[in-house]
Each structure stands twice: as C-alpha cells, then as structure tokens.
Design a binder for this molecule. Structure first.
Ligand SMILES: Nc1nc2c(c(=O)[nH]1)N[C@H]1C(S)=C(S)[C@@H](COP(=O)(O)OP(=O)(O)OC[C@H]3O[C@@H](n4cnc5c(=O)[nH]c(N)nc54)[C@H](O)[C@@H]3O)O[C@H]1N2
Ligand SMILES: Nc1nc2c(c(=O)[nH]1)N[C@H]1C(S)=C(S)[C@@H](COP(=O)(O)OP(=O)(O)OC[C@H]3O[C@@H](n4cnc5c(=O)[nH]c(N)nc54)[C@H](O)[C@@H]3O)O[C@H]1N2
Ligand code: SF4
Ligand SMILES: [Mo]
Length: 697
C-alpha cells in the first residue's frame, strides 16, 4: 500500500483556474475535489477537472517520439527525433528561406506555464513570419481593441462581477464555459449574487443559453448584429445626455468623434438589424446608464464574427461613456502577482498597426501572428514565402480552424510537419514526427495568463505530482531543447519554477508573493484582494490617453452600415456554435468519463424551422455551407431563435487513436465554417452567422 498524499492545485484546463484538492498515491489519483477555501473559485469545480487523471492514463496517449516511416508511425529515440526535426526544419528553410517554416500554437499552451515561457525561444529560433495560433479563432479582436484604445494588447478590461449592479453579456455563455477573458469560476453562483443584491444580468444571444435562463433576462439577437445594438446604446447615451466619464475625465480623448460616429446608429436602425424592438434597445441603454454600476461584456459570439473588432470597441466605449471603466462594478484591470503586461510593456515603442499583412490575401498581422484563416492559402500558394514545413504545438486546426478540411489537404502538401502533442488526431496524423508532451498532473502549475483576466487577484503554485511516462522530458524541456538545437544555443535555460521565483518579486505584489509562500499557503492559494482602479497609470498609448475613437474602427463603420441581414436563397439559415459542459474544445473527447451518455453533437433548430423543413427531433439532417457538408442528428428546441441553427464546436474526431465510443457519430462544425469569412480589422475567423442549408438526410 503506498502512502496517500494531498495537494492543492489549480485546474488548468479552462480559464476559470478552479482550486482543486487532489488526493493521490505513488501511482494514481485517489480523488479530485473542489477546494472550498480557494479565494477565487470558492468551491466551484466542473466535471472536466475530475478527468485530469484520464489525460495522464489515456491508453491512446502518445508516450514516445513517433516518426512516420512509409506512412506508419514508429517509435524512435528522443535523440533521433530531435536530429530528424532539426535536419528537416533547417533543410526547408535553407532551400526556401526562413519563412518556409510555419508554427501553429494551440489553446492548451495558454494554460501551461512552461510552454508560455519557452515557446518564444522556439519562435525566435525559427525566425519565420509565418506564425499562427488559436487566438485568431478566438479573442484577437479584444487584443486589437486594447492596442488601439489603451496601447497594450494585454490590458484587457475584466467585468467586476463581484460588485456590479448590471451585467450585460453579449455572445458569452459563462455558465457553461466558466468565462473567457473573464476568469470567474462558478459564474452561476456569481449571477445569483448579483441578483441577490438587487442587480440584473441581461444576456444577448441568438440562443436562450444556460446563462440566459439563469439570468432570467434574454434578448435574442440576429447573429453578427451586436455592433448595431452597442452603437445604438451609445447613441442613446449621448442623445439622452447621460455621458459621464467619471474619474477618467482627463484621460479620455475622441469623445466628439465617437458621438459623430454613432449618429447613424439609431435604436430604430439597430432594431431593424438585430431583430429586437427599438424601445427595448433604448430602455436597455437607459437602464445601463442609470444603474449604480454596470458593465458590458462581449465575448466569443461577439468576437468570432464579421464585426468582432467593432463589437469589442463598442463594448469598451459603452463602459467608458457611462463612467463604468476602471471603477468598482464596471470593467476593471487586474494587478496580478506575475505582471504579464509589465513584462511585455510597449511604452515608448514606435509601432504601426497592423504590423504586417499576409502574403496571399493581405490579412492583418497582430501580436506577431497571421490569421489562422489564411494558413491554408499560405501553404497552397506557390512563390517566395510559401509555407513548406509546419510545427504544431498543442493545436488541432483541422478540427478547430474554419474550413478544417482545406487545412487537412494543405498539410498533405507540406515537405515536413511535426507536432508536439498528446494524441494522434485529425491534425497530428498528418505529421512526419510527433513528440509526446507531459500533461497537467506531471507539471508545475502557475497561471501566467489568466490571472490577468481574473475577477479577483489571487495566486497559487503547485509542483508536479507524477513522473512522466518513459522518463520523458517535461514539455517545456522539449520546446526549449528544440529551440536550442535550432539556434545553436548550448543550454535550455532555467526551469519554470526558477523563472517564477525571479518574476514574482517584480510583479504588483512584490515580495509579498513568493513560490515558497504559495506552496505553504494553508488554503492552497493567496488572496490578493478585489480589483482596484489603476488604468490612469498604465495606459501605453503614445499620448497616454484612452482613445475612444481610433481610426481603425471608424474606418470600418461603412462596412457595418452596408451589412445586409442574410438573404441567401441557397443557404437560408445562419449557423452559430456552442460549448458544452463535458467537453473542452477538441481534445478531451477521449475521456470516457466525459463523453459517456447520449451523442451531444446535434444541430439545434427552432420548431418553426423544423416544421417548415419537415424535420423531427433526432432525425439525421444534412447541413451544407459554401465549403462543405455534414450529417448529424437534429435537436428541435425553442432555445434557438428562428432562422438560426447551432452546432457544438470541438467534435468530429475521425482518426485512429482517439478511440472513444462516439467517434463514428460526431462531425466537425469546422467542415462547414468558411475561411473567407473574417473580421477584416483583426483577421479573426467569423465562425458565427455562417449561411447554411439544412434538409433531411
Ligand atoms: N465546457 C467548456 N468550457 C470551455 C470551453 C469548452 O470547449 N468547453 N472552451 C474554452 C474556450 S477556448 C473559450 S474561448 C471559452 C469561450 O467561452 P464563451 O465566450 O462563453 O463562449 P461560448 O460558450 O462559445 O458562447 C458563445 C455564445 O455566443 C453565442 N453567439 C453566437 N453568435 C452570436 C452573435 O452573433 N451574437 C451574440 N450576441 N451571440 C452569439 C452563442 O449562442 C453562444 O451562446 O470557453 C472556454 N471554456
Ligand atoms: N466553429 C468553431 N470553431 C472554434 C471555436 C468555436 O467556438 N467554434 N472556438 C475556437 C477557440 S475559442 C479555440 S481556443 C480554438 C482551439 O483550437 P486548438 O487550440 O487548435 O484546439 P484544441 O481543441 O484546444 O486542441 C488542442 C490540441 O492540443 C493537444 N493537447 C492537449 N493537451 C496538451 C498538452 O498538454 N500538450 C500538448 N503539446 N498538446 C496537448 C490536443 O491533443 C489537441 O491536438 O478552437 C476554435 N475553433
Ligand atoms: S471550470 Fe475550468 S478550471 Fe474549473 S474545474 Fe472546470 S475545467 Fe477546471
Ligand atoms: Mo478559446
């Protein structure tokens, strides 16, 4: 019998950073439970955390370097694997130039401290402009907005959920997702608390979501028309003389330009576009302005759409003109123990944006990355700068990027592809080499990114619990090793723990937070208190002011005004996506614990649409878009607004080793999403509002 131990640990699957209590022995997890004393998550946990143990013991997990020989993956030694990688990557770059190599970084990297610290070295060693990540299928409009309004991409305003009186949620379903660009574990309970203190939560979404039901106030909106709603609300604030900049009076410029820009966006115009009533919109603006404190929070649905950047800009502008920016109960800025913004300060730097445009279709580059939507065309299109080789690290673009099948084909045309991953999946199956990664319980955990977006300042650190299989190196070591060999460096650098020890004293809480202190914290974490106003001292715009009306957004308004609600005879319905409690993007579907039960990959549609199309619940339907066609069961529900259908993201595992029971049944929404649909300001994929046709299969 081996001895049982207990560890406090942060779950690093999603952005919520829930505090866990893990009981374990020498070889196995005994239990994973919520830490009731965690100052941020206060006892919240979701089913995914319990599955953390499954990712380690998954029989389909890649646990040795695999090299493809005659189309079949064969185990090779780490030495052979590194040699092969370096030889192939340098060969392609020697022949075709540095930019012939590309790199795609997937979402799990954002949750892995060691990866975040070491990936910049790998990117630098490659020296290519061809960098991609899941950010451009997600939140790049937030960063673009922060760059232009505040001067730094990571100065992200976070809703002060703990104190707000009025929360407006557009395109977010935090009861299921647990929040994004807003680390707010246990969001359902937080909503109850807002209501218990007399506040309101209003959810704007084409689907009556789990969050909308709990809020009790739902405004069904036509996809991709949120910018109309927000701009009309700002219009109403101006028209009613309700503008109030509060403490930011001397820190804001562009107020007249904003007032002029919103003139065409009356409540009547917005009503026509959104499908809401004009009186509802003006009332919403009045209520928002007059609430003790209020905050507009626009997320995925308002980001991964054709007007993603305009939505984020308008959401910030609404918060600012109603005096709800950088104040308690409004949108606030974190002061985390590890100061990510400070570490990457752009103060005093001369920059122009977008930093570059892509070779083939001229899409914008922000934060050093091109839109994922152009990766396939950059692989397919001959000429100088064509991508010939690719590294993916924790990414599955075949299932997660728009028009995934086009990417799958493009990968087959590469001279060389390698992946650092835990599975042979729809993306990595195209690789010539797969290097295995360590998973959560085998690594230290400190959240470098999501403390920056948290509704409260806290900190926690935990050591690895288990050794990796086969004495494998830590994932950070694999990344650093590859970088070192490519660049000729003779060391892989300090461990994540050593780096954290160095960085914490430089953060907002100085010597008050240390690695040793975190490890011995009696409740497993330290509470650094509620958010505090601070933006006046942190603005990184050239003139030190908040810009309410940056040109990039004003120049995009004619496109918004020209937008026609969908009237496409061939594809008369609009498709949106959704998330589900028991899956995380495309990679947790091998946990039986999570996927068991009925097939959740269904097309949701309104009873009126179902009736018109002769479709009954559970019948198989064919869904077609400009780029593809899939078949899946229908789920008839009045949660959907008429004319809009929803398919969950993350499904469609079709490969050899993600061996779960549902794999034959599910399909990928991204076989339908269209890579030509984009927010042109940021380059973000427009996953929502895709024109589709639905018929009985
Ligand atoms: N359980 C679970 N949790 C997750 C994830 C997961 O896969 N599973 N993924 C994580 C990741 S990577 C992220 S980025 C976050 C995302 O977290 P959220 O931002 O909460 O994203 P979603 O849950 O996808 O909710 C998006 C909502 O937008 C709505 N929507 C679609 N189009 C429009 C539109 O045009 N206008 C408006 N107003 N609404 C629209 C959809 O109906 C949906 O309810 O979740 C994270 N958390
Ligand atoms: N239609 C539609 N598409 C979407 C979305 C949507 O709402 N609708 N959401 C978008 C969003 S918000 C996001 S963030 C992206 C996500 O897009 P991606 O980041 O491309 O996809 P993930 O599903 O997170 O896949 C992660 C990959 O990492 C591997 N992996 C898991 N853990 C580890 C690890 O510890 N180390 C390593 N090296 N590999 C690991 C998995 O096997 C998988 O290959 O999808 C986007 N795609
Ligand atoms: S909500 Fe997110 S962080 Fe919390 S337990 Fe679930 S997956 Fe982990
Ligand atoms: Mo995401």
């Amino acid at each position: 019998m081996s001895h049982e131990k207990t560890q406090f640990r942060t779950c690093n699957i999603c952005e919520a950073m829930c505090g866990l209590v893990v009981r374990y022995n020498d070889s196995d997890v005994v239990s994973i439970k919520a830490n009731p004393d965690d100052p941020l998550s206060r006892g919240h946990i979701c089913p995914k955390a319990v599955a953390l143990q499954d990712f380690r013991t998954d029989p389909d997990r890649v646990t040795q370097p695999l090299k493809k020989v005659d189309g079949v993956f064969q185990p090779v030694s780490w030495e052979e694997a590194y040699d092969f990688a370096v030889e192939q990557l340098t060969a392609a770059q020697k022949t075709h130039g540095k930019d012939a190599a590309a790199i795609y970084l997937g979402n799990p990297n954002a949750h892995k401290f060691g990866n975040l610290l070491n990936l910049p070295k790998l990117v630098k060693a490659l020296g290519t402009v061809n960098r991609y990540s899941s950010a451009t299928a997600d939140q790049i409009p937030h960063h673009v907005t922060s760059i232009h309004m505040l001067g730094h991409p990571m100065l992200i305003p976070v809703p002060d959920v703990e104190r707000t009186d009025f929360m407006l949620i557009l395109g977010g379903n935090p009861v299921v997702s647990n929040g994004s660009m807003m680390t707010a574990p246990g969001f359902g309970r937080r909503m109850d608390e807002i209501k218990a203190r007399g506040g309101r939560v209003v959810v704007v979404d084409p689907r009556r979501t789990e969050t909308a039901k709990k809020a009790g106030e739902h405004l069904p909106i036509r996809p991709e028309t949120d910018a109309y709603l927000l701009l009309a609300m700002i219009h109403e604030v101006f028209a009613s003389g309700l503008v109030d900049l509060g403490a930011l009076n001397d820190n804001v410029k562009g107020i007249e330009a904003l007032q002029a820009a919103v003139l065409p966006f009356t409540c009547e115009v917005a009503a026509q576009m959104t499908g809401l009533e004009a009186s509802q919109i003006s009332q919403l603006a009045q209520d928002f302005s007059k609430a003790g404190s209020a905050v507009s929070y626009a997320r995925m649905g308002a980001s991964t759409q054709s007007f993603g950047s305009l939505c984020q800009w308008a959401s910030n502008a609404l918060n600012i003109v109603t005096g709800n920016f950088d104040r308690a109960g409004g949108a606030m800025f974190t002061t985390p123990a590890l100061d990510y913004v400070g570490m990457t300060s752009r103060k005093g730097q001369q920059r122009s944006y977008p930093e570059k445009r892509s070779r083939v279709s001229g899409q914008p580059l922000y934060n050093g990355e091109f839109p994922i939507s152009v990766m396939a065309e950059e692989m397919e299109t001959p000429g100088e700068g064509q991508i010939k080789s690719l590294i993916t690290v924790a990414g599955n673009p075949v299932l997660t990027a728009p028009n995934g099948q086009r990417i799958a084909k493009a990968l087959e045309g590469l001279d060389f592809m390698m992946s650092i991953d835990i599975h042979i999946n729809d993306t990595t199956r195209h690789a010539d080499l797969i290097l295995p990664a360590t998973v959560a319980l085998e690594e230290v955990v400190y959240d470098m990114v999501f403390h920056s977006f948290a509704v409260r300042n806290t900190a926690a650190f935990a050591e690895a619990i288990f050794e990796p299989p086969n004495n494998n190196p830590q994932e950070w070591q694999v990344i650093a090793q590859l970088a070192a060999r490519l660049s000729g460096a003779n060391s892989i650098g300090p461990s994540p723990r050593q780096v954290l020890e160095m960085l914490l004293p430089q953060g907002f809480h100085g010597k008050d937070v240390s690695v040793d202190g975190l490890l011995t914290a009696p409740i497993g974490a330290v509470d650094l208190g509620p958010l505090v106003p601070n933006i006046q001292h942190r603005l990184e715009t050239p003139d030190g002011l908040i810009d309410l009306a940056p040109d990039v957004f004003l120049e995009d308004l004619p496109r918004l005004l020209a937008f026609e609600p969908q009237e496409n005879e061939a594809f008369p319905l609009l498709m949106i996506g959704r998330r589900q409690v028991r899956s995380h993007n495309s990679w947790t579907q091998n946990s039986q614990r999570l996927v068991k039960g009925r097939n959740r990959c269904t097309l949701q549609l309104h009873p009126k649409d179902a009736y018109r199309l002769g479709i009954s619940d559970s019948q198989d339907v064919e869904v077609a878009s400009r780029v593809g066609e899939i078949t899946l069961p229908a789920e008839v529900t009045d949660e959907m607004m008429p004319g809009v259908v929803s398919i969950p993201q993350g499904w469609g595992q079709s490969n050899t080793t993600m061996g779960n029971a549902t794999r034959e049944l599910t399909v990928s929404i991204n076989d339908l999403t269209d890579d030509s649909r984009m927010d042109p300001v940021s380059g973000n994929a427009a996953f929502n509002g895709v024109p589709v046709r639905v018929q009985l299969a």
